[in-house]
Write a protein that binds this ligand. Structure first.
Ligand code: COA
Length: 178
């Protein structure tokens, strides 16, 4: 570690996507990827021609270790922003740096005017990533999700094109997808 970069998601990332989904139970809320076929479907959906998603792999030494994605609403010029990383790579700051780079890109070269995301309040690392990437907390959706029998609040965040850009470090982007 670590000469990580951001690059476009590729179909040959499916094995590494599966490894990430198997690395921690909390990945189950990112979708269902329990075997290689499902990992290939997951990647195919994200990179298909008509996909609304712009998925960037966090790549360390040629292997995908995480993902930062913007799911674009072209009508309103907004993007739903989301991210995950293999459990072995957590706490390394890679997601913060990757999310900052992708958010900067989306609001500048990507032509979007607003990015938004939400995270469960019992997932504080996700909120730290959002704030590092320049998002501002906008509210709390009370008791939004039912997780293991408990209703969980979700904090909502937004970043506008006109908001101040964050000053923290960014991962280099190897290629732009759009
Ligand atoms: C959320 C997730 C992407 C964070 O990944 P990560 O590797 O911890 O992210 P980073 O290392 O880049 O940054 C994490 C930040 O959260 C902070 N953090 C971690 N655990 C924390 C906790 N329990 N309380 C408060 N802050 C915490 C870290 O200190 C760091 O911030 P800092 O550098 O300012 O101190 C990762 O845990 C994950 O993939 N989870 C499963 C998928 C998921 O929940 N995605 C988000 C959906 S909204």
């Amino acid at each position: 570690m670590i000469h990580a970069v951001l690059r476009g998601l590729r179909s040959d990332d499916a094995e590494d996507v599966l490894a990430a989904f198997q690395s921690n139970d909390d990945m189950s809320r990112q979708g269902r990827v329990a075997n290689l076929d499902e990992a290939q479907d997951y990647v195919r959906r994200l990179i298909s021609q008509d996909s609304v998603h712009v998925p960037y792999a966090i790549d360390d030494g040629g292997r995908l270790v995480g993902l930062v994605c913007v799911s674009v609403d072209r009508e309103d010029l907004t993007g739903w922003f989301w991210y995950w990383i293999h459990a072995d790579y957590r706490g390394s700051g890679l997601v913060k740096r990757g999310a900052t780079a992708v958010a900067n890109w989306a609001l500048n070269d990507g032509g979007l005017e607003r990015l938004e995301l939400g995270h469960r309040v019992n997932n504080p690392a996700s909120g730290a990533v959002a704030r590092a990437a320049g998002f501002i907390k906008e509210g709390t959706e009370r008791q939004k999700f039912l997780v293991d029998g408990n209703r969980i609040d979700v904090d909502t965040y937004g970043r506008l094109r006109t908001d101040p850009a964050p000053q923290g470090p960014v991962l280099p982007m190897e290629s732009c997808l759009h």
